[in-house]
Design a protein around this ligand. Structure first.
Ligand SMILES: Cc1cc2nc3c(=O)[nH]c(=O)nc-3n(C[C@H](O)[C@H](O)[C@H](O)COP(=O)(O)OP(=O)(O)OC[C@H]3O[C@@H](n4cnc5c(N)ncnc54)[C@H](O)[C@@H]3O)c2cc1C
Length: 261
């Protein structure tokens, strides 16, 4: 069993209207809340249980470029860049450290697979490299077994999954995001073919991005007087029903990456 997950109490009051409702308070939801809040977007995050109590606290916490699918590498490189400044950004401890990550090769065949992957790493000038038994022994003093070699990336690291999501959620809240726990989203409200809000187990939250009388928010937010550079009306939501997973809609947007940029 892993360490206990840091607790994030719920905000009491539900906002009646926000720019973005995030369903789920794992690492994806909390990070999305943080980066949107940093952009001045008003956000409500609805988590049915507690922050980071599901998969986001049940992993080994690796933050790595090494051995990634080549298609993921640009994203992994950017992710590591963000992780390196994460403790400062959230003004709290996520447990992130640039510890280096080593994959030990038991056989020559394992080592050959690592060497194959290095061909992909070279095009991104990653510092991943093959190391031999002398360096393995130096980096892992007392290691008893002989290995054929290892793939090692000094700039990879790890965070503490039980600390990271909660720390990020608290930072999002400091920047104005509403963090609601014990607040399952039960459905999506639509009107005239457009999404207008979500129905939670506590009450309804209207969604500003799709309200007809709210055509363009590229200048000043009347409600909060904050300046926002994003044009929420330009969001194009791809709405797909996710019948096999849960009785609610999956929302995604090509423009979200621009908002988070
Ligand atoms: C530090 C760290 C390192 C990682 N390293 C690796 C790695 O090396 N390799 C790797 O493959 N993965 C890694 N992961 C990823 C991890 O294993 C998961 O893929 C990831 O945490 C999933 O995040 P999530 O937010 O999508 O899902 P979850 O953590 O599962 O969060 C989803 C949340 O949604 C909530 N929810 C569901 N339905 C509703 C609803 N209707 N209403 C409200 N809430 C709802 C759930 O309660 C849950 O809390 C890492 C994660 C972290 C945090």
């Amino acid at each position: 069993m892993g360490p206990r997950v840091d607790s994030v109490p719920s905000d009491e009051a539900l906002p009646t209207r926000v720019d973005v409702v995030i369903v789920g308070g794992g690492i994806i939801g909390t990070s999305t809340a943080l980066f949107l809040a940093r952009k001045g977007v008003s956000v409500a995050l609805c988590e049915k249980g507690h922050i980071a109590h599901e998969q986001s606290s049940r992993n080994w916490g690796w933050c790595r470029k090494m051995a990634r699918d080549p298609r993921e590498l640009p994203l992994a490189i950017e992710s590591l860049r963000i992780w390196e400044g994460m403790n400062e950004m959230v003004e709290a401890e996520t447990g992130f450290r640039t510890s280096g990550i080593m994959y030990l090769a038991e056989t020559r065949a394992d080592l050959a697979r690592f060497e194959d992957w290095l061909d992909h790493a070279r095009q991104y000038q990653l510092d991943s490299r093959i190391i031999g038994s002398a360096e393995i022994a130096r980096r892992l003093p007392g290691i008893a077994k002989e290995y054929a070699g290892a793939l090692f990336t000094a700039t990879d690291g790890k965070a503490e999954p039980q600390m990271a999501g909660p720390a990020i959620a608290r930072a999002a809240r400091r920047l104005g995001a509403t963090i609601l726990t014990g607040c399952a989203v039960r459905g999506i409200e639509t009107a005239a073919g457009r999404v207008v809000g979500v129905v939670t187990e506590r009450s309804q939250i209207a969604w500003r991005a799709s309200v007809a009388d709210y055509p363009n928010r590229s200048s000043t937010d009347q409600r909060s007087n904050r300046t926002s550079s994003c044009d929420l009306d330009a969001l194009k939501f791809d709405i797909r029903r996710s019948d096999d997973l849960a009785p609610f809609l999956v929302l995604s947007s090509e423009k979200l990456s621009e908002l988070c940029g």
